[in-house]
Design a protein around this ligand. Sequence first.
Ligand SMILES: Nc1ccn([C@@H]2O[C@H](COP(=O)(O)OP(=O)(O)OP(=O)(O)O)[C@@H](O)[C@H]2O)c(=O)n1
Ligand SMILES: C[C@](O)(CO)[C@H](O)COP(=O)(O)O
Length: 236
Amino acid sequence: MTDINPSFAFVVPAAGVGARMQSDKPKQYIQLGDKTVLEHTINKLKATIPNALIIVAISENDAYFPDLTLPDNVITVLGGKERADSVLNALNYLTTNHLVDWVLVHDAARPLVLPSDIRTLISHCQSRHCGGILASKVRDTIKQGSEFVEATVPREALWQAQTPQMFLLNDLTAALTNALNENVVITDEASAIEWAGGKVQLVSSRADNIKLTTPDDIAIAEFLIAKQILENNTCE
Ligand SMILES: Nc1ccn([C@@H]2O[C@H](COP(=O)(O)OP(=O)(O)OP(=O)(O)O)[C@@H](O)[C@H]2O)c(=O)n1
Ligand SMILES: C[C@](O)(CO)[C@H](O)COP(=O)(O)O
């Protein structure tokens, strides 16, 4: 394994079943062109910080991971019941074995992220010594309700949280541990930091850094990944 970067590590939660995708395999193993979603995602992280450790949380009965073609700075830990548990397992491994300053958590299901956007996030966080997340400003009118509209929600201050989400390893490990111990519902790393009273920077990102979630996302991802490869964006 190449010399490991002492300042940064990536955590990739990849232990989900992808129920909403309604596929015959977990969505992180669906093919996009010549690679799986997870291979595309890991290659983007490798292109961003070539010598950063990449810790992938996979499920106990994952039969797909061994067949992937991956760089040598990738290791695995066991995933957990929820996404937050998978992330915490990886953070605990890092705390014990590769104490780094910063950790960037990035969904396996977000293969379209651009290394240039990740570098922007890193720059914002390091310069202000404050964690942050990639996010895209809401562009549609937002309605609240179920069968009928109950309200139109002011959208000027609304963002859609994406990943990576970048925090100091010690801060995120403590916040996530304590939040889960208090049975707080945590759907992203930032919400644990917020719960602990920490600050989270919002770093504007492209709206096409989508999380593959439902079947209609696949055709979009196939088109965009092909476009990126054509424009050679994957290494910027
Ligand atoms: N116990 C879990 C659940 C999710 N994830 C990962 O967290 C990311 C974002 O979660 P989501 O999109 O909800 O993935 P799934 O839980 O697989 O999807 P679904 O809710 O449709 O089952 C995914 O890369 C998924 O693999 C994880 O590592 N461990
Ligand atoms: C982390 C995340 O991708 C930020 O938007 C999102 O919270 C994951 O949610 P999911 O329900 O686990 O997909």
